[in-house]
Design a protein around this ligand. Sequence first.
Ligand code: HCA
Ligand code: CU
Length: 441
Amino acid sequence: MCGTNSTNGAHAVNGANGASNGNNGNAHFRSNPYQPVGDFLSNVGSFKIIESTLREGEQFANAYFDTETKIKIAKALDEFGVDYIELTSPAASEQSRKDCEAICKLGLKAKILTHVRCDMRDAQLAVETGVDGLDVVIGTSSFLREHSHGKDMAYIEKTAIEVIEYIKSKGLEVRFSSEDSFRSDLVDLLSLYRAVDKVGVNRVGIADTVGCASPRQVYDLVRTLRGVVSCDIETHFHNDTGCSIANAYCALEAGATHIDTSVLGIGERNGITPLGGLLARMVVTSPEYVKSKYKLHMIKEIEDMVAEAVEVNTPFNNPITGFCAFTHKAGIHAKAILNNPSTYEILNPADFGLTRYVHFASRLTGWNAVKTRVGQLGLAMTDDQVKEVTAKIKALADVRPIAIDDADSIIRSFHLHLSEQGKAVHNGEAAGQEMAPAVVA
Ligand code: HCA
Ligand code: CU
């Protein structure tokens, strides 16, 4: 029997659940000396989210957020529980600057950041808006140094230090990130991060700007960086090769403290780590942390809001909210799910305010699913009768795709036929009849 508030154990299945070590790289203490090294560094149970729908997301092909929409999204993300909301640089346009000021005045719990180039004028403009902190970025790969801004590493380091010291002098939080980190020279990168760590940057950032990194490469780079800097480590993963969630997860395992996300993953090209997808991953690994920190019931509402604003549909295979994310179809699956949802679900739909659906209108269906539907329709049949009507549903579904209505009609007319023949049993009297509450469980 499937209930929405199932108590099945698999929904609490845990991977390596690194205990919190705070979000500062200085304090990696574990009480158990026998824990594997991976767990010692891991922040899978203590990460922070930097939500960038209103920055990276604004770079999505379809995005145009007016002030009202930005405010609506910011408030929803804040209520959801994200730690930071990152906004487009005020240097981008006059309206961007005004919107940044307006969001700072909302008095949200989340810290408000704006994302600026590593440039003193941009930083000066940004500190005037009332933000809590600045995310400073500059390209460090030879591609970007040669073909984008044209600056060498010595210039980058000198400017970075000036900009960081300026922001700190204004009492604001500052992060320094290198665009295209995974195609940058490792030695250059590490000495730059070491230099900015020395002058007291709050976080350094690693960005997989082109989405080229694999989870193992991410683990290696973050792990190496963890040994070089003592500040927090933020990470930003594009999804060109489909690794953005896995990369974020590996970054946390290797000691990263902050993950950049956007709602539905919107951003440049095909975007970055999606907020909902990341939390699907993390709630399996660290259920207590994730459920106590984030209002998971809001994921659908927030995704719908953003999808509407940028005129896209939620992908069918989206984690959690894809239309079939909790639909079970084959007879074998349906039977097991109806007995115990943990058999084929690692996520519990109820955690997200959603319900599962057991498909029964197909040729792959089985009599257990049909029996549940029979109960849902308020009809009663013996198990043998249910098996007979299941065969009829399968026969029609072999000829053409059938809708729920088709399957329901077959069930109802079969039941009517039984009544006419006097073979129908009364509700609750069918042999072994367990009245299931709903196929939507
Ligand atoms: C870009 C910049 C960025 C910055 C990431 C960061 C990237 O639009 O190219 O600040 O860490 O992907 O490198 O989004
Ligand atoms: Cu990006």
